[in-house]
Design a protein around this ligand. Structure first.
Ligand code: C5J
Length: 232
């Protein structure tokens, strides 16, 4: 069996042609969180912290594409009439720019606005699954579970932002639904380094209560070994 060096113990990869597949999940790498003028910045966060993972996630994306493995992108956003945004979510925080308000990248956290676009370096290819989600978790009010089942996907590799909010929530949702979940530590980031650290620790605690944690280099080497027989 092919495995990825991971914590708390090696992560098993599905065998080629086993009918079980591994997919890369890139959570919310959208301009609203990563660039100035979006939702993240409106909440007073330093968005530059998140920008440093873009090259790592781009390398993972390239690897999955080269190996013909599926990729899922998510975007957090709401319908223009905000009918899918609970009033409690809209009210939350003391920002002058709230969900639905007009900002430098269009309406904050609204589908179809420039701020809702995924950053150019990670733009989805035609045919890749893009899940628009109104919540923090990728399974809440979306058809993600059904789509994964249709595609035979059983193993999910998590990257994106922010580690302790949408990434962790989605990973927990996936874990409860029976997916084998692996977090790429250097492919995820938070506005709060201490929250990222705590999330990475709690996911792998108690024998991997939510899943496994690895690094991009380790994952890429194992994927190449498992799906091409080569490590280069
Ligand atoms: C947040 C997210 N932090 N994508 N969303 O509100 O983590």
């Amino acid at each position: 069996m092919n495995t990825v060096i991971a914590s708390p113990y090696p992560y098993p990869l599905p065998a080629k042609d086993s009918g079980s597949r591994v997919a890369l999940v890139i959570i919310d790498m959208q301009r609203d969180f990563v660039e100035a003028g979006g939702f993240g910045a409106a909440l007073g966060n330093k968005v530059e912290l998140l920008q440093k993972i873009v090259p790592t996630v781009a390398t993972l994306l390239k690897t999955f594409r080269e190996l013909g493995l599926p990729v899922i992108h998510t975007r957090e956003g709401h319908r223009p009439d905000l009918s899918d945004c609970p009033p409690a979510k809209k009210r939350r925080g003391d920002s002058t720019l709230r969900i639905g308000d007009s900002g430098p990248m269009g309406r904050i956290l609204v589908l179809g606005e420039p701020g809702n676009d995924i950053v150019p370096a990670l733009r989805p290819n035609a045919g890749e699954l893009v899940i628009d989600k109104p919540g923090k978790g990728a399974f809440y009010a979306t058809n993600l579970q059904e789509r994964l089942k249709e595609l035979g996907i059983t193993h999910l590799i998590f990257t994106g932002v922010t580690t302790e909010v949408c990434v962790q929530t989605s990973m927990r949702e996936a874990n409860d639904r029976g997916f084998e979940c692996l977090l790429v530590e250097d492919g995820t980031e938070s506005y709060f380094p201490e929250f990222k650290q705590a999330t990475v620790r709690m996911i792998q605690s108690q024998g991997g209560i939510v899943g496994w944690v690895t690094t991009a280099d380790r994952l890429i080497a194992s994927l190449r070994q498992a799906y091409t027989g080569s490590t280069s």
